[in-house]
Design a binder for this molecule. Structure first.
Ligand SMILES: CC(C)(COP(=O)(O)OP(=O)(O)OC[C@H]1O[C@@H](n2cnc3c(N)ncnc32)[C@H](O)[C@@H]1OP(=O)(O)O)[C@@H](O)C(=O)NCCC(=O)NCCS
Length: 341
């Protein structure tokens, strides 16, 4: 008897065949290597109705739901993408609660709509596992769904920025769908490995900080909402095996130049002041252009024609544009603060 008879053809592909056909980058090949073999959990991709229902629960807009459902990979037409879906899902499941290995950004796959939505199908496939993991961590049901709703926000914002549906390179979603990253009220966090060296601004060797993210389109960053979120994070962290001893934040919102433009009482500056900034500036003009204006540009320099198009209604909008026009740059910067659970 041919024992392959019941195994779909895509399951019998090898990583090197898939890598060649899809022109996968070396870091993607490396990250898939541990889960590339034929042995692993048999995962089921949700059927059309289930996927539709889950997508709605994941905060997706109707348009993104429709393009995702229409871009379901087909075992006969897209065997390599089916293989990649399965192995990417296995990878996340094998890493629940630990950051996925290698370069964490999951780059948009080149190709048509199926490729551009492939990772959405990966995230739908691992959903039951992440939900269980959230319960183990102590997240309540609302917190779990609010965390996973990052998928809907990413789909909507990538579609608006690019003018076409599907996901761009995503660093945050593999964190979310491995349960490493989660949202608690106004802020989102990601568990970090233990810190091993001495000389850290706030952590002692063996301790770990939660990395803080500021989701957009979620209302003002009020101190009260931040306090509630940090408190809840510390409460949850009591149950984590790593000794959490504070928070880190790496963002354009931590750029200390913002204090030269925004009032001391503004939410952004009050948020910054919680943290002790380290001088690790990484040039990132793209960050405020993307996060404040929803625009992307190619190359290292913001095109002057783009600056001319940007609205100038708020003090932050004027600061971002004026600073660039004056020849300045914006930076991602890191800050830390110590607090024990
Ligand atoms: C972080 C955020 C919620 C802060 O908003 P906030 O609570 O209103 O912030 P502040 O009180 O400090 O606002 C100060 C000024 O900046 C303006 N401002 C803040 N965020 C703005 C935004 N996204 N777009 C335009 N203007 C903004 C405010 O309107 C205010 O200006 P005004 O006094 O002229 O009205 C908001 O900037 C945001 O959603 N940013 C995107 C998320 C992001 O970048 N995350 C980090 C990814 S690394």
């Amino acid at each position: 008897m041919n024992h392959h008879a019941s195994t779909p053809a895509w399951q019998r592909l090898s990583l090197s065949e898939v890598a060649r056909t899809l022109a996968l980058e070396p870091d993607v090949v490396e990250r898939l290597t541990p889960v590339a073999g034929p042995d692993g959990p048999r995962l089921s991709v949700p059927d059309h109705e289930t996927a539709d229902r889950l997508l709605a629960r994941l905060n997706t807009e109707p348009e993104d739901r429709a393009t995702t459902l229409a871009a379901r990979p087909d075992p006969d037409d897209d065997p390599e993408l089916c293989w990649l879906l399965d192995r990417s899902a296995r990878l996340l499941i094998s890493r629940l609660g630990r950051r996925p290995p290698g370069n964490p950004a999951w780059a948009a796959l080149p190709g048509g709509p199926v490729a551009r939505h492939l990772y959405v199908w990966v995230f739908l496939t691992v959903l039951p596992y992440v939900r269980d993991h959230h319960a183990d961590l102590g997240l309540n049901d609302d917190e779990s769904w609010a965390s996973l709703g990052a998928l809907g926000s990413a789909l909507a914002s990538d579609r608006r920025v690019n003018g076409r549906p599907g996901l761009d390179a995503t660093w945050g979603l593999p964190m979310t769908f491995s349960g490493t990253g989660f949202r608690l009220g106004r802020l989102a966090y990601e568990r970090q490995p233990r810190h091993t060296e001495t000389g850290h601004p706030v952590l002692r060797p063996g301790e770990s900080a939660l990395n803080t993210h500021i989701p957009g389109n979620s209302g003002p960053l009020t101190p009260a909402a931040c306090d509630a979120s940090f408190d809840r994070a510390l409460e949850l962290a009591r149950g984590f095996p790593e000794q959490v001893a504070g928070f880190g934040c790496h963002s354009w919102l931590m750029d200390d130049q913002l204090a030269g433009y925004l009032p001391a009482g503004s939410n952004i500056i009050r948020f910054q002041r919680r943290f002790t900034a380290v001088n690790d500036r990484m040039r990132a003009d793209w960050a405020p252009i993307l996060h404040v204006f929803g625009r992307r540009f190619d190359g290292p320099v913001v095109p002057p024609a783009l600056l001319d198009e940007l609205p100038q209604r708020t003090s932050l909008e004027r600061a971002v544009v004026g600073h660039l026009r004056d020849g300045g740059h914006w930076y991602n910067q890191t800050g830390w603060f110590r607090r024990l659970p």
